[in-house]
Design a protein around this ligand. Sequence first.
Ligand SMILES: Nc1ncnc2c1ncn2[C@@H]1O[C@H](COP(=O)(O)OP(=O)(O)O)[C@@H](O)[C@H]1O
Ligand SMILES: [Mg+2]
Length: 427
Amino acid sequence: MKVLVIGSGGREHCLAWKISKSTLVDKVYVAPGNSGMADVAECVDIGPEDFKALAAFCQKEGISLTVVGPEAPLVKGIADYFQDRGLVIFGPRKKAAMLEGSKVFTKRISNKYGIPTAEGVEFGQEDYEKARDHLNGLDDKSYPKVLKADGLAAGKGVIIAGNKKEALSCLDDLLLRKKFGDASKKVIIEDFLSGYEVSLLCLYDGESVLPMDLAQDYKRIYDGDKGPNTGGMGSYSPVPFVSEALKEKILEKIIYPTCRGLHSENIRYQGVLYAGLMICEHEPYLLEYNVRFGDPETQAILPRLKEDIVPYLLDTTKGTLSKKNMVWEDSRGVCAVLASKGYPKSSSRGDIIEGLDGHGLEDILIFHSGTRMDGGRLVTDGGRVLGVVGKAETFTSARKKVYSAIEKIRFSGMQFRKDIALRAEEA
Ligand SMILES: Nc1ncnc2c1ncn2[C@@H]1O[C@H](COP(=O)(O)OP(=O)(O)O)[C@@H](O)[C@H]1O
Ligand SMILES: [Mg+2]
């Protein structure tokens, strides 16, 4: 069969790579993809939100399965559009994608179904004065507070305000100056939770939940979690300091109640249900849901899946996932992202990339995010350029592999973190 992956980053390259290994699959397309994916897929020049052209392509080419990478098309209803035309697509319909598309929606579901999450209050644009009063009424000890834009804001909609002054000015940005347009028509002001973060990605078909191995990602640009936030500078999987008992607790207290809640609300969900969690003194709290694979978590998780992923994806779309566990390698996966000069403030394009073939190492995978071919040479084409993934028996040797592969790769202004999975190595 033929499969189409929608999106163009490292996550999509990794998905296309894994799907291309399936014995069920003859050909993989990626729309729009990037030229670095040519090893596993054919790129199709259609944007991820051009539903009409994407569906027409699937009909013409006889695509049996479409897998959606990014959140925006899901939140805008690509699954509804495809399914209404009889096309098979992996990812939730618009109503279910609200779990990522609206933080207010998720907070309401969490409160209604007893899912542990930071205590928060929602305010709409019409409640601006009330929101100010709320912040003004808090004493200094109540800070930091977390302000969240309701809708999609490309990972920039959450602000941690250290004091009242910051919180008020951030509130003005969101509600008054509509910094994120419609996405900040509503905000949530919630308590700050301290602990450590983990990501649990599950396959969910509306009936059965299949949790994957846990992962951790690194959002800040510099080592030691310093500097501004990025789309993600690295990841690793599994997470050695999360015990089986804690994982079970995450399922029992967060994932299963969410699934039951969606049922009660008559919302059918199929796709990846990805919980962003804060663990505070061994207790999990839900920070957010995402409705798709994570980038770069996917790159550290999927290469460790021993089995063909395609039957899982198909079963998810059909509601026939069985309760058996996915089978993972007993390996450690590490992904370090190479970013271009100026990232995350800006990104440099057109810098020549060298040394991709020269590492000579086994169990190294290189996934392309922001690259393009220019006159026969591979050049940078975005903020996050490449993801270098290594697998080994221990985190120590996986990290060694990743960083020796990176030593061979060069482009002007290349940035990467040297501490990816260091804490897992030390655990
Ligand atoms: N209540 C909270 N307490 C502490 N940190 C938080 C809280 N909510 C969010 N964060 C931090 O902000 C980051 C982004 O928030 P998240 O809810 O994941 O939104 P998004 O990924 O859409 O930007 C989280 O990964 C976490 O580091
Ligand atoms: Mg997040």
